[in-house]
Design a protein around this ligand. Structure first.
Ligand SMILES: N[C@H](CCC[C@H](N)C(=O)O)C(=O)O
Length: 263
């Protein structure tokens, strides 16, 4: 097998392997290969893997895989990291807005000199109040539970229960545990579908948790600082009269960690 040159980035502790696959040399259908690269003990270790590929719709296409090796829905922190990766490789302009294509459509991005990334997320069509939480799709499905203190939640046990609940079958959902807002600051923790564990940050989850907090708390504005175990993410959006949300932005750091070869 040809050696694979990979890069490792993280976005507030949600970590990814990135590969420039514009030459299509990576076997993108090989679930076993992606899973073994993401393995925390026998591989590079990551929550997910992304291929940067050619696109006729925008500057590039972002193909996203969870660490279970399967291609999945949109990853917000992954989108921020691939934008920084593209700027670092000189594929995308730094300090200017550019567009890339992903599974949920076109995304606008802006990468500054320190790799702080602004990423426009897909519109949200609506949010559904469930007995014990809120369900919405921010590019990936999220079930948001409001709790008094996220720090005392057994995120793996409770997250796994809701992730596999029949209500969300067969696709399942990501699960977020969100504390009370204090001056626009919100503490949140996430159990991620396809990682099947708590992750230290979740971009689509931060958007889902901010919107659920906005809807469930009429004293909140539409700008949030989401405090996750791996750092802080900014989220702001506009609500629509039809109950949807648009002009949704996810902002935060994307860090290059190291690069290497696989195989
Ligand atoms: N695990 C998610 C995709 C990645 C979401 C997360 N890493 C983010 O930053 O949005 C899913 O399969 O629905």
């Amino acid at each position: 097998m040809k050696k694979i040159h990979f890069y490792k980035y993280h976005g507030t502790g949600n970590d990814f392997v990135l590969i420039d696959n514009r030459d299509k040399s990576f076997k993108s259908s090989d679930v076993q290969l992606v899973e073994s690269i993401c393995h925390r003990r026998f591989g590079v270790g990551a929550d997910g893997l992304m291929l940067l590929e050619e696109s006729d719709k925008a500057l590039f296409f972002m193909r996203y895989y969870n660490s279970d090796g399967k291609e999945s829905s949109m990853c917000g922190n992954g989108g921020r990291c691939i934008a920084a990766f593209a700027a670092d490789l000189g594929i995308a302009p730094r300090g200017e807005y550019f567009r890339f294509f992903a599974v949920d459509g076109i995304h606008e991005a802006f990468v500054d000199e320190e790799n702080e990334v602004k990423l426009k997320m897909t519109d949200v069509s609506g949010i559904k109040k469930e007995m014990d939480g809120w369900f919405l799709d921010t590019g990936s499905p999220h079930f948001v539970r409001m709790v008094d203190d996220p720090s005392v939640i057994d995120v793996v046990k409770e997250g796994r229960y809701w992730r596999n609940h029949e209500r969300f079958a067969p696709a399942g959902t990501n699960v977020n545990f969100v504390g009370q807002p204090q001056d626009g600051k919100v503490v949140m923790r996430t159990y991620e579908r396809g990682v099947e564990d708590e992750t230290w940050s979740c971009g689509t989850g931060a958007v889902a948790s901010a919107i659920a907090t906005f809807v469930s708390n009429n004293k909140c504005g539409n700008h949030f600082l989401m405090k996750v175990p791996g750092g802080e993410l900014k989220v702001h959006f506009e609500s629509r009269r039809d109950g949807g949300f648009e002009n949704i932005w996810l902002i935060g750091p994307a860090k290059y960690v190291f690069e290497g070869t696989w195989g």
